[in-house]
Design a protein around this ligand. Structure first.
Ligand code: GLN
Length: 513
């Protein structure tokens, strides 16, 4: 007997609980999938986590898992469990927009490696989640298809760029989701929605089939409501991929055992001095400090560590990212994918390209293409792009000397909690500051995650703690995360998300059952 039965609200169960119940026959994958589709029908009008849902395809995939079980096949650890996929990774036959008009109508003929591995493991893909256009942003407001709303407070942002993947979890529309993290797009949404988000070591998960933003920074990763669920998904999607030349040829660290153990006794944890203080919301700092005390109480050794060059990580990132993005986005020219504007016989090819890019890209994307093109132009390359790359080396060295002293580093995941929709859209610099804590790990390529550590007293909104580990030591993230989860849930009397307000949703025809 598993702990989940068909009379339970299946959308509240953990992925590991659902997998066990499906494997033991206590519930079918079809029932589990249908419960999530019903939940979507009820809450999507308010949350808008998804850009595309294919219920029939999901139910057909679920039925296949049920049949395999009935035929006596051994199921994988997440077989039959629904998952939501950020709409920047391809899933053959389903639209991929990357949140942009320029890709509207494009249906990729192939699966991303992350997608393929989930399908091979029997996971059931529910649909594609909303994101800031080409993953540029911290609020999902840059999506060409309208913003996603934070289930904790529908007037607030769910983070970005992967706000859809995080909101789908927090609104109980999916027990698992996939995000991508270039500067914080998994960890910041996790932080502001009270969920778990992991950016694996660069090269630890494949970028094949990911619409590239900045190729030297992008990394797909698991998002979930529990630490163990994230680890189980990490194990499914991780590992070497010959189709990605930057894929690490190394085994996936044993993240599942680490998540089950949660033993931090003797672990040396460094608190990054530079990631705190002025500009950080008091309630965020308070919950962060309390969580560090919890880890100390569990037997971890806490020391303060200085990473002086982290102060320059944000400006360096905002030169490196636009430079790479300006190059990666050159292929959206109206000739190869999606939108084509002005092809009426009166314009030559170059004009059509210009008209398509003018119509198809939003303001933030244009801003970054212009910035990146400038930073890479001859005469300015050394002063901007070259200089930023030197800073990147200094940030990496800070990590190296920190990891010579400690096993992991910790900081708040974000300087503040979820802000109001509209509050920062006209102020790019204020928006960029959301990534202050997360960007250093992307520049250095090490593993990093955000775990929920409570609600800020001043606004009652979720706070995340970031754990950073050396490259290919992703298992350490899960050890710390599991230790925190166990201790804090005991204190809270259950998961943090149980404290989220019930979503008040407008009645929809054919909605909830
Ligand atoms: N918010 C960051 C940015 O706008 C992070 C993006 C990301 O991780 N995809 O660049």
């Amino acid at each position: 007997m598993s702990t989940v039965s068909s009379t339970d609200d299946l959308t509240r169960a953990t992925a590991s609980g659902l997998a066990a119940a499906i494997a033991s026959g206590d519930v079918s994958s079809v029932e589990v999938t249908q419960a999530h589709l019903d939940r979507m029908a009820a809450v999507e009008p308010a949350v808008h986590a998804f850009l595309h849902v294919d219920g029939e395809r999901a139910l057909a995939a679920a039925a296949k898992v049920d049949q395999a079980r009935a035929a006596g096949e051994t199921l994988g650890p997440l077989a039959g469990v629904p998952v939501a996929l950020k709409d920047v990774l391809t899933y053959a036959g389903a639209p991929t927009t990357a949140g942009s008009r320029v890709l509207e109508g494009w249906v990729p003929p192939y699966d991303a490696t992350v997608t393929r591995r989930m399908l091979d493991a029997g996971l059931v893909i529910l649909g594609k989640t909303n994101l800031d256009e080409f993953a540029m942003g911290s609020s999902t407001e840059n999506s060409a298809y309208g913003p996603t709303h934070n289930p904790w407070d529908l007037d607030r942002i769910p983070g970005g760029s992967g706000g859809g993947s995080a909101a789908a979890l927090a609104a109980f529309e999916a027990p698992l989701s996939i995000g991508t993290d270039t500067g914080g797009s998994i960890r910041q949404p996790a932080s502001v929605t009270g969920t778990v988000g992991v950016k694996p070591t660069y090269g630890g998960t494949s970028r094949y089939g990911l619409v590239a933003l900045a190729s030297s920074l992008d990394q797909p990763g698991p998002c979930a409501r529990t630490v163990l669920d994230a680890a189980l998904l990490h194990a499914v999607i991780g590992g070497h991929d010959p189709l990605d030349s930057t894929s690490a040829n190394a085994p996936v660290p044993d993240v599942v055992s680490a998540a089950r153990s949660g033993d931090v006794r003797g672990l040396k944890i460094g608190v990054v001095r530079e990631l705190g203080g002025e500009g950080y919301q008091p309630g965020v700092e308070q919950r962060f400090r309390e969580a560090v005390d919890v880890l100390a109480g569990l037997g971890a050794e806490i020391v303060e560590v200085s990473c002086p060059n982290f102060a320059y990580a944000l400006p360096a990132y905002y030169l490196i990212l636009p430079s790479e993005a300006s190059s990666n986005l050159a292929k959206f020219d109206g000739m190869r994918f999606g939108l084509r504007t002005g092809d009426d016989g009166s314009h030559d090819a170059e004009e059509v390209m210009g008209l398509t890019r003018e119509a198809g890209f939003g303001a933030e994307v244009k801003r970054r293409i212009i910035l990146g093109t400038y930073a890479l132009s001859s005469g300015y390359y050394d002063a901007y792009y070259g200089q930023a790359q030197k800073v990147r080396t200094l940030v990496t060295r800070d990590f190296e000397s920190a990891f010579a002293q400690v096993d992991v580093l910790v900081s708040p995941s974000t300087p503040g909690t979820a802000f109001r929709i509209g509050e920062k859209v006209d102020d790019p610099l204020a928006m960029y500051l959301n990534d202050l804590c997360t960007i250093p790990s992307n520049l250095a390529g090490n593993a990093s995650a955000s775990f929920p550590v409570g609600l800020a007293p001043e606004d009652g909104l979720p706070v995340g703690l970031q754990v950073m580990a050396p490259p290919l030591a992703d298992d350490r993230l899960y050890r710390v995360g599991a230790a925190l989860e166990r201790a804090l849930e005991e204190r809270w009397g259950g998961p943090l998300l149980a404290q989220a307000p019930e979503l008040v949703v407008p009645a929809v025809a054919g909605g909830t059952k």
